[in-house]
Design a protein around this ligand. Structure first.
Ligand code: ADP
Length: 195
C-alpha cells in the first residue's frame, strides 16, 4: 500500500462525522474535528455556490456555461437555486468535485461535453452528477474502477498525468459524508459519476 493515503483514517472520520451530524443536527456551524487531516462537519451552505466555485476555479469564467477552449470542450452546469443546504467538509467537497470534473475533462476528446447537474433528493440531500461524452470505461473495468491505483489504459492514463488514486479518494470522501458514489459508463459514449 501507499503510506500517503489515509484510507482507514477517512473511513473512521466518516463514521465520526455521520455520528456528529446525527447527534448535533443544528450545531454544525463549528468544526467538530480540529485535526486538519480529518474530515470535518461544518455548515457548507449553498451547494450552488460551492459547485459554481469549483467550476469557476477550473475555468475562471461564468460557471453556468463555460467553454473549455483549450480542450475543445463545452462544460455546462445546471445548478438550481433551491438546493438544500449542505453539511460537510468544504475543502473535501471541493476536492471530490474537482477530481470528478478533472477526470471528465481528461477522458473526453475535443468536441465533447461535460456537464455538472445538481438536484434536490429525498431527505434534504443533494444529488450531483458529473457526466461526460468521453471514451467511457469498459464494463469489465467498471467494478474495479474505484480501487487504488486501478487504471483502464495505463499508458494513456500516465500520459494524462493521473496516478489511479483519484476515484479511490473520491469514494472514501463521499462515504465519509454519508453518501454513495456511483459510476455508470458506456464505452465510447461517456461516463456519469453520481453522488
Ligand atoms: P487517474 O489519476 O488515473 O485519473 P482515477 O482514480 O481518477 O485515476 O481514475 C481511475 C481510472 O478510471 C483512470 O485511469 C481512467 O482509466 C478511468 N476513468 C476515470 N474517470 C473517467 C472518465 N470520466 N472517463 C473515462 N475513464 C475514466
Amino acid at each position: 500500500g501507499d503510506p500517503h493515503v489515509p484510507e482507514p483514517l477517512l473511513v473512521q472520520a466518516g463514521a465520526d462525522l455521520v455520528d456528529e451530524i446525527r447527534r448535533h443536527p443544528t450545531a454544525l456551524g463549528r468544526r467538530v474535528q480540529p485535526d486538519p487531516g480529518q474530515v470535518v462537519a461544518e455548515r457548507v451552505g449553498d451547494p450552488q455556490g460551492l459547485l459554481g466555485l469549483v467550476l469557476e476555479g477550473i475555468h475562471r469564467h461564468d460557471p453556468r456555461d463555460v467553454r473549455a477552449e483549450g480542450a475543445g470542450l463545452t462544460i455546462e452546469s445546471r445548478l438550481p437555486g433551491d438546493l438544500p443546504e449542505v453539511v460537510g467538509d468544504h475543502d473535501r467537497l471541493v476536492q471530490i468535485l474537482l477530481n470528478l470534473v478533472d477526470n471528465a475533462v481528461k477522458y473526453t476528446p475535443a468536441g465533447g461535453k461535460v456537464s455538472v447537474v445538481a438536484q434536490p433528493a429525498a431527505d434534504e440531500l443533494v444529488q450531483v452528477e458529473v457526466t461526460d461524452t468521453g471514451v467511457g470505461i469498459p464494463p469489465s473495468d467498471l467494478p474495479r474502477i474505484t480501487e487504488r491505483f486501478y487504471r483502464v489504459d495505463k499508458a494513456r492514463s500516465r500520459e494524462l498525468g493521473g496516478n489511479g488514486l483519484g476515484l479511490a479518494i473520491v469514494k472514501h470522501l463521499v462515504i465519509a459524508h454519508g453518501g454513495r458514489l456511483s459510476i455508470d459508463s458506456l464505452t465510447g459514449r461517456g461516463t456519469t459519476a453520481g453522488l
